[in-house]
Structure formats: C-alpha cells, structure tokens
Design a protein around this ligand. Structure first.
Ligand code: ADP
Ligand code: MG
Length: 399
C-alpha cells in the first residue's frame, strides 16, 4: 500500500493554517442536507485539527457549477448543517483564495473553523491549474486531504495543492485506505464483482480493466440491459445505452481472454410502467420482453444462480444495485443477493466490500450494511480503486 503522512506526523500546529479538502457534497432537500453521512465522516479530522490549535480552512466542491458562480450551489447552504454536526461556530468565506481569505484568517483565532466557497466556481479547479492552486496554497501552512470520494479526480484542491504544501491524509481518508487495502490489497480468490446501477457509460470503462482482476463478473441494473442488447436481446423500453454495444462486446471478449465468467440475468422482472407494484408486473425470460416493457430487476432464478456463485467465492466487490431498488418489488434481487453476501461474510467465508451512494442506500434498505466487511460511501473513487487504478489524490499524498 502507498505510504502517506497522517495527522500523527504533524508537529505543533498552534496558529498554523490548515487547508483541509473535505467532501461536503451532501444531498439537499428544502434548503437543508437530507443526509449528514458525509459531514459526519469528516468531522473527526476537522475537530482534531481545531482542538490542536490550527486555523482550519475547509475546501470542498458542491454539485457541478462548471467554473461559474451559482447561488444555488454555494457552500454557504451547508454552513448551518456543518456547524451543527461539529458543534462549533463555522465562518463562511465566499472565496477560496486572495485577500478576503487572508482577512478571514486574521479574524479566526487558533482552533477557528472557516468554510471556503465551492472550489468548482473557479475553472482552475477542474483544470488543476497550477496558478489557481498556488493562489489557494498562498494562504495555508499545510494541506490535509480527507476526501477519498474525490481522490479519483486530479483537481487543484484534490491533487495540485498536495504538491505545493506539506500534505497529510485526514482521518477519514486514512481509514478508507487502510480498510480497502486490508480487504482487497491481496484478495483471496475466487473474486466476484457485482456491477449494476444506472451510470452505464462511466462504469463500462471500469469493467474493461476489472475483468482482468476478478473471476466472476455479475452484471445487473441498467448495465445488464446494455449487455443483453449488445447480445441481440430485445430489451424493449428498458434503460439501456444501445450506442455502447461495441464496448460491451469488447468487455465480454476481454473477459473471455482473462478467464473471467460474465453473468447476465436469464430471467428478469418487467413492467409497462415504472411504479410501485404495477398491474403490468411480470417475470419472464430475457428473450420474452415485449416492446412496451421495461426490465426493472433481475429475476428470481438468476438470483438463485448468483447466490451459488457467491458461495464459491472468497472476495466480493459490489458497486451498483441489481434493480430499481427504490421502488418495490424491484428491490427483490438486490436485497436477496445482499443478504446472501452478508450471511457468507458472517460465516467467515467471504470478504465483502461495497461502494457507491445508491449501493450503500440499497444495502441499508436490505438491512445488511453493517454485516459487510467494509462499505465505502465513495462512488467513482471506489470504482477506480476497484479496477486497480492509482487515484491521483492518493498518489499525491504519497511520500
Ligand atoms: P451507485 O450510486 O451505487 O454507483 P448508480 O448511481 O450507478 O449506483 O445507480 C443507481 C440507480 O440505478 C438506482 O437509482 C436504481 O434505481 C437504478 N437502476 C438499477 N437498475 C435499474 C433498471 N433495471 N432500470 C432502471 N434503473 C435502474
Ligand atoms: Mg448513484
């Protein structure tokens, strides 16, 4: 595993300015964070630095403003929830660099905490512009990265800063890297990967590399529809990216060459309308989907076969639900397979690691998130990590 510095390697930080990259990209509802998980995850690092007497400046992105200011994506919207979780006063600064930030630092006492504006309001963030990173770094004494979920991006606040200031992994980053390395640094074979969900184009790129690392690739969700269509199956009105057929074919060929078995559903749960328990609900063979039907879940026979596959495996990585699990009964396959994985983990025969925003929600829905060996809330970073890629934000912390 990459060796990196942690907060344990910091000397006296009294009065020093810490630039801390955190993940505050929380879901919002009615002007408040509807889920505090991400804020809670970074609280220990913030409080540890503040209690040690540092002036803590928080850097984070929020949504996708694409290099422009948008009042609806201002991090000031998260200030209140952040303060409540921390139990501290948090100052908001509508800039990330320059004299206004310097002024804020002058006002903060040792242990003071300030939240800077959404880094993605500036085009230099996503371009990893060295001038932009230098301008941010000018106000800080050291840099802490506690945002594993953003570590797959080489942006100014996730990567660039680490080269300009002494850089350290925060507690959440440290815990994530240690847990992932423990579970998958040297995985016990056979290894199974479950990949489902809706972000088909992003995830296809990952599969190309993943097939070389796993023995079984279990495909569900919108991903499965895309693969079935590539094989000539008529998937009706299903969520499916038909223009990615060639890429899906290439992945199946790569899997063949690597000795990885690809599992696609052979029975599926379909409906004519996407609603809870619709009148048109039925289970059928994948070759019997009508033109006006949608595949919304993997069928019960396929799930049973997949459970048997997991019983032969010792390591499982999971990203993406098998079906539209938010709407019953299209949660059935995800819940059943998740419970099988949890039971095998409890027996000690399987190391199970899952990641992804909706995947975590699905495992919570199945009541088994606590029974998995490790669950990561990171989505994209978890996926890239799963395929064995070096994450730029982590690599930059390496010393
Ligand atoms: P994650 O956040 O875990 O990476 P994704 O964001 O890729 O997962 O996908 C999750 C979404 O995929 C869920 O909202 C779920 O309803 C949807 N989904 C899964 N299977 C299907 C399907 N067959 N048809 C439509 N949507 C699906
Ligand atoms: Mg998602």
């Amino acid at each position: 595993m990459t060796v990196f510095r942690t907060l344990d390697d910091l000397g006296d930080v009294t009065g020093k300015v810490a630039l801390v990259r955190v993940d505050l990209n929380v879901p919002m509802a009615e002007g408040r964070a509807s889920d505090l998980t991400r804020i809670e995850a970074v609280a220990p690092t913030i409080l540890e630095l503040a209690d040690a007497g540092a002036k803590v400046l928080l850097l984070a992105h929020f949504g996708r403003p694409k290099g422009e200011r948008h009042s609806t994506l201002s991090l000031s919207l998260v200030q209140g929830d952040l303060g409540r979780v921390l139990g501290r006063e948090v100052m908001f600064v509508p800039e990330v660099a320059g004299p206004i930030v310097a002024q804020a630092i002058g006002i903060l006492g040792p242990g003071g905490i300030a939240l800077l504006e959404n880094t993605r309001f500036w085009p230099g963030e996503e371009k990893n512009d060295p001038e932009f990173a230098k301008a941010i770094a000018a106000n800080g004494d050291f840099y802490v990265n506690d945002a594993f979920s953003a570590a797959h991006r080489a942006h100014a606040s996730t990567e660039g800063l680490a080269h300009l200031l002494p850089a350290y992994a925060g507690r959440a980053m440290q815990a994530e890297l240690v847990a992932l390395d423990k579970a998958l640094g040297n995985p016990v074979k056979p290894v199974a990967a479950v990949v489902g969900g809706a972000k088909v184009s992003t995830k296809l790129a990952v599969l190309e590399h993943l097939v070389a690392r796993v023995d079984h690739l279990i495909i569900g969700g919108g991903m499965a529809n895309t693969f079935l269509a590539a094989r000539g199956v008529d998937v009706g009105k299903s969520l499916c990216e038909h223009d990615l057929a060639a890429q899906a074919e290439a992945i199946m060929d790569a899997a063949d060459r690597a000795g990885c078995t690809v599992h696609l559903p052979y029975d599926v749960v379909v409906a004519k309308e996407f609603a809870a328990n619709p009148a048109s609900l039925r289970t059928c063979n994948v070759h019997e989907v009508a033109a006006d039907e949608m595949i919304l879940d993997v069928g019960p026979q396929a799930v049973e076969a997949l459970a048997d596959v997991l019983k032969t495996c010792h390591t499982l990585v999971w990203n993406g639900p098998l079906g539209a699990f938010e709407t019953p009964p299209f949660d059935a396959a995800t819940v059943a397979l998740a419970r099988t994985a949890a039971a095998l983990t409890a027996e000690g025969s399987l190391v199970s690691v899952a990641g992804g925003g909706d995947t975590v929600a699905a495992l919570n829905h199945a009541g088994v998130a606590d029974l998995f060996s490790y669950v990561s809330t990171a989505g994209g970073a978890f996926l890239e990590w799963m395929e064995g890629r070096e994450l730029p934000g982590v690599a930059a912390l390496a010393r």
